[in-house]
Ligand binder design. Sequence first.
Ligand code: ZN
Length: 239
Amino acid sequence: MVARHDLTTDPRLQDALLQARRGTAFFARKLNELSDDELDGDSLLPGWSRRHVVAHVGYNARAIARLIEWAATGVETPMYLSPAARNQEIDFGATLSPIALRNLTDHAAVHLSVEWRDLPDANWGNQVKTAQGRTVPASETVWMRTREVWIHAVDLNNGATVGDIPAPILERLLTDITSAWKTRGTDAGLIIAVEESSIRYGDTSNPDAVVVSGPLAAITAWATGRGTIPNTPIAPAWM
Ligand code: ZN
């Protein structure tokens, strides 16, 4: 039987799914504002046209749908066969006709949404593997996708800003980014202080830490490498 609504009864997961779908709709809106010719223009990502961003967001939905199929069936299916295969796929997708490229991204998003919708409560805790090799419960895919669609909407470089991203998503991004810096040892003793709140991100136990402060949107733009803060060096690489 086909469900008309999400099978999960977990309110937190339902809320997370809503945020992912809102982000998907936001990305689609910014993409629809671009003419076919404008797809050839530069994105905010070095070396990537807007076409690359659109192809990547489409293939990312397919890759995450594979993880949900894994969680549903128990048959292991990786996101991508290899990092090289992932990149080749994006390069290929970027050469598609505008209509094919738009269809790829739309259909992949709808397919992923259906896979999420039809995953029963019992399967959301099943372990799957991210492209970086991290083992996570299937529920983590919702956040993985949420952050992709919101950030890459900004990367389309046609008017969306980090300030358009809802605050709870920015806060979670800062947590992700500072823990990635720490894991890689690239955090350089940085602490991020958000002006609107008393929350601090980073190694707050380090007495020599350098505090970088600013409004939530500006500081997240800086931390993701998509903005600058006066008198502050560029943020360490994150992804
Ligand atoms: Zn991405």
